[in-house]
Design a protein around this ligand. Structure first.
Ligand code: 13P
Length: 251
């Protein structure tokens, strides 16, 4: 059985005051047994969140890491080894905002994925199609290419220590959610791609859905056989809403 994971991606949101408020709210949550919970604050606030959530079983991850694990002369970047040293256990790799707005390529993301694992972090590889690609019938081809770029270079085994997040770009921050059936179809295709290389890895890997997940639609989405939790954007900035989504994963 795969243990569900619900992860909150705070993106570039927060001030010292609002982060303190959110930490307080998260601390007070009654979290369900058997669900792993994680948050990804802006790197500036990672230390505050780690300190503030001490004793609470919520993991803390970063939204990005450098393509090399070691410290070095690379102005503005944070090394995966530094994230691990701070106490992070996870890192997002290839969020569509970084692919699209910052131009991160599949090749660069393979290096970030490897750097994360070299530092003992669990990469959460984000993949997903744009609206144009969906309308052109290219959804499966696109996610297969994004996943394949990592698998081809690093091997299928790396997914024994990674998480995949399917986030259709058209559903991110738009209020449009993939239907549970639409999401399930893509999740099944992702798992089938892994299964073709290694059945055990495919069975074990968690595939999260992301894109306008709220408490109101989480139960249906998480009820699908290949959806193992969610990567939550906007709704994760509200502790009560996020808690309700975590409980939906425990049902
Ligand atoms: P929203 O939940 O705000 O649509 O964002 C999803 C997302 O991009 C999480 O990484």
């Amino acid at each position: 059985m795969r243990r569900p994971l619900v992860a909150g991606n705070w993106k570039m949101h927060g001030t010292r005051a609002s982060v303190a408020e959110l930490i307080k709210g998260l601390h007070a949550l009654a979290l369900p047994e058997g669900v792993e919970v994680a948050v990804f604050p802006p790197s500036l606030y990672i230390n505050n969140v780690l300190a503030g959530l001490e004793g609470k079983s919520i993991a803390v991850g970063a939204q990005n890491c450098a393509a090399e694990p070691a410290q070095g002369a690379l102005t503005g970047e944070v090394a995966s080894s530094q994230l691990a040293d701070a106490g992070c256990t996870l890192v997002l790799v290839g969020h569509s905002e970084r692919r699209q707005i910052l131009g991160e390529s599949d090749e660069l993301l393979v290096r970030k994925f490897a750097a994360a694992q070299a530092s003992g972090l669990t990469p959460v590889l984000c993949i997903g199609e744009t609206l144009e690609q969906r309308e052109a019938g290219q959804t499966i081809e696109v996610v297969n290419r994004q996943l394949g770029s990592v698998m081809d270079v690093l091997g299928v085994e790396v997914f024994a220590r990674a998480v995949v997040a399917y986030e259709p770009v058209w559903a991110i921050g738009t209020g449009l959610t993939a239907t549970p059936e639409q999401a399930q179809e893509v999740h099944a295709a992702i798992r089938a791609q892994l299964d073709a290389e290694d059945a055990e890895v495919a069975r074990g890997v968690r595939i999260l859905y992301g894109g306008s997940v709220k408490a109101a639609n989480a139960v249906e989405l998480f009820g699908m056989p290949d959806i193992d939790g969610g990567l939550i954007g906007g709704a994760s900035l509200n502790a009560d809403e996020f808690g309700a989504i975590c409980r939906a994963a425990g049902n």
